[in-house]
Design a protein around this ligand. Structure first.
Ligand SMILES: [Fe+2]
Ligand SMILES: [Fe+2]
Length: 186
């Protein structure tokens, strides 16, 4: 399923930074699928495909994505999660899948951005490194910290545990990606 998801993403997305974002969000979805005992392959695929329409249809994002995913035969739960990750659609996030996607979307990429500043990247990265940058307003200024906090609250997870869980899954995911010739970083 993840393989097909990635093929579909590549059909609509040429930007490498968008592909890297998809990988980061994928790692977040994998982390929580494992934690909640959900289908890892399916949750990974939600992460991979949540921004499928962003490159070609940014103005209506994620509505064109919803169409693409409906046509590709993805489940209602899957599609509602994608729809709900954008506040613009005013969709209530009712499932764990939807809440998780919302809580890992920008968050996972923020962690990667912090890791980029470190000589060893994600390796050996601790909560402290994250928190220092999280508290520095001028760092990745466009990322609304309150939005990140609220999304974790909505999921019902502890903030620090959330960060640590994502760091550890991103570390694992980077290794897996490297084996396939991809990376979260370049
Ligand atoms: Fe998005
Ligand atoms: Fe996204």
């Amino acid at each position: 399923m993840r393989k097909e998801a990635f093929e579909l993403l590549k059909k609509y997305t040429k930007s490498e930074s968008l592909l890297r974002h998809a990988f980061a969000v994928e790692a977040g979805m994998i982390a929580y699928a494992k934690k909640y005992g959900e289908d890892v392959d399916e949750w990974a695929s939600v992460g991979v495909l949540h921004d499928v329409d962003f490159e070609l249809y940014p103005e209506t994002h994620p509505l064109k994505g919803v169409e693409i995913l409906t046509e590709a035969g993805y489940s209602e739960e899957f599609i509602n999660a994608v729809k709900g990750h954008s506040d613009a659609t005013n969709t209530k996030r009712e499932t764990k899948m939807a809440k998780t996607l919302y809580a890992v979307d920008e968050f996972a990429s923020f962690i990667v951005t912090v890791a980029l500043m470190r000589p060893t990247k994600l390796e050996g990265m601790k909560y402290k490194s994250f928190n220092k940058k999280f508290k520095t307003k001028s760092f990745a200024e466009a990322i609304d910290r309150d939005h990140l906090r609220r999304a974790v609250e909505e999921l019902g997870e502890d903030f620090m545990e959330h960060v640590n869980l994502l760091i550890s899954e991103l570390q694992e995911h980077e290794k897996t990606l490297n084996e396939d010739g991809y990376s979260l970083f370049n």
